[in-house]
Design a protein around this ligand. Structure first.
Ligand code: UD1
Ligand code: CA
Length: 466
């Protein structure tokens, strides 16, 4: 169920598309259902139907079908809107009903619900929870033998009923045949004037009573505003970090390590410094070390590579035993092969840095191919853009680019050629050649002395002021 607007988020975006650890919250719920073995997932959508549907389609393809709930007339009405999507399914199928705004629910909990439903006479199982703070949840009302008689919604509850600690978490497993019949009996004769799905519990009482399984509040808690969102984010991150630590990743400071839900695999003996963020679909090989403050998005890093502090790597793939950083920026389309080095203030974009190549300081390498074991001096710039088009720079294996050179693309520097410091390369440099565009240096003897005299500053050295 994900048709609601989420008014309290105060957002232009549907609540269920807000992200928890980088993944829209409704994707967490669908992911848990699939991990628990769901063969078909129906997403009940209303507000921003198209945006939510498209987001689910991108992540899950045809595995999720959308059902439209045109107006939100309650959770019972939401399920009525989903019935046509399961019209072909037999009555003995078990349907799981999940809330789209509770991303921390574990697949094991869904499995337990399904098993309890299958074993029950009533054909209904639900998750109950004891909130750690007052919540406007439905209360579980039991008869004197302890059987679950009904759920009373918070807004319809008497003060005595509100004192009941067991509440409805909003997750159910129900036999489809019973669901089909019971949904027909729902009436909106309640405080909210809605069709309450929770009225199914009173129907199940006649069949022996619904089964309630207790779940920790932290796992089933829903997100209603951005305070809830931040709390769930923290809990999700802790869960993700603990998973990776158990898989053999060292974290210097788990509390400041930010790993998105879709990151992985991360290899054995990976070390993550504090304030590291791994985003998107980043993967790390064995013994990779990512040092303090680095941010990696959709990056794939091969074993034994070292990323030094404050480097930013996005949509890039990096080979084995590479050293990157500190303060390196690898932008989309960067590929770095094994044993290469990129040092401080080097920026790459759509560039292939081949094995053993080095660009240790201050360079911009865009739309370029940097040959094996070539050496890129400090201050080298590929001038790849003429204001209209991007052009390619090719530096062949073993070439040496002296400091402060500009390579005006399209241009090729041949194998083992040299580019002298300060050269502006506008023509291809043949293999083994030296390119040099320097104006000859002139030394004027005694000039400095004469200059100072002329300015009457004999007794002062430069920089000493007036
Ligand atoms: C519901 C339960 C309540 C339970 C609480 C737990 C009912 C009547 N009450 O409360 O017992 O304690 O969840 O969170 O079911 N939705 C739709 N269409 C609608 C209405 C809701 O898709 O017409 C979706 C919402 O987007 C949300 C979920 O259903 O994902 C729960 O809706 P919400 O309004 O938060 O729950 P309540 O009805 O207040
Ligand atoms: Ca809610």
């Amino acid at each position: 169920m994900a048709a609601g607007l989420g008014t309290r988020m105060k957002s232009d975006m549907a609540k269920v598309l807000h992200r928890v650890a980088g993944r829209p919250m409704v994707h967490w719920v669908v992911g848990a259902a699939k991990a628990a073995g769901a063969t078909k997932v129906v997403a009940i959508l209303g507000h921003q139907y198209e945006a939510v549907r498209a987001s689910l389609e991108r992540a899950f393809g045809a595995d999720v079908v959308a059902a439209l709930q045109p107006e939100q007339r309650g959770t019972g009405h939401a399920i009525q809107c989903a019935l046509p999507a399961v019209a072909e399914e037999p009555d003995d199928r078990i349907v799981v009903i999940l809330t789209g705004d509770a991303p921390l629910l574990l697949p094991e909990r869904i499995t337990a619900l399904v098993e309890a439903c299958a074993a029950s006479a009533s054909g209904l199982a639900l998750l109950s929870t004891v909130p750690d703070r007052p919540m406007p949840y439905g209360r579980l009302v039991r008869d004197d033998r302890g059987a679950l008689a009904k759920i009373v919604e918070h807004s319809d509850a008497t003060p005595e009923q509100r004192a009941i600690r067991d509440t409805n978490a909003g997750f159910y497993a129900v036999r489809l045949g019973d669901l089909r019949k019971d949904l027909l009996t729902l009436r909106a004769d309640n405080a909210k004037g809605e069709l309450y799905l929770t009225d199914l519990v009173a129907q199940a009482y006649a069949r022996g009573g619904a089964v309630a399984i207790d779940a920790p509040f932290a796992e089933v808690t829903g997100i209603n505003d951005r305070v809830d969102l931040a709390q769930v984010e923290t809990a999700a991150r802790r869960r993700i970090n603990e998973h990776w630590m158990r898989e053999g990743v060292t974290m210097i400071d788990p509390a400041s390590t930010f790993i998105d839900a879709d990151v992985g695999p991360l290899g054995k003996d990976v070390i993550l410094g504090a304030n590291v963020a791994l985003r998107g679909k980043t993967t790390l090989g064995d013994k990779v070390r990512i040092d303090h403050g680095a941010v990696l998005t959709d990056a794939s890093i091969a074993p034994e590579t070292l990323v030094k502090p404050y480097s930013v790597i996005s949509e890039a793939s990096v080979g084995e035993r590479v050293e990157i950083g500190p303060f390196t920026h690898c932008r989309p389309g960067t590929r770095v092969d094994e044993d290469a080095r990129l040092g401080n203030f080097v920026e790459t974009k759509k560039t292939h840095v081949m094995a053993g190549a080095k660009a240790n300081h201050l360079a911009y390498l865009g739309d370029a191919s940097i040959g094996q074991k070539s050496n890129i001096g400090a201050g080298t710039i590929t001038c790849n853009y003429d204001g209209f088009q991007k052009h390619k720079t090719t530096i062949e294996a073993g070439a040496f680019i002296g400091s402060d050179s500009q390579l005006v693309a399209p241009v090729t520097v041949g194998r083992e050629a040299y580019v002298a410091s300060g050269t502006t390369v506008t023509k291809d440099v043949p293999r083994g050649a030296l390119a040099l565009t320097r104006v000859k240096q002139v030394n004027v003897e005694g000039w400095a002395e004469r200059f100072r005299e002329a300015n009457g500053k004999r007794n002062k050295k430069p920089g000493e002021g007036e």
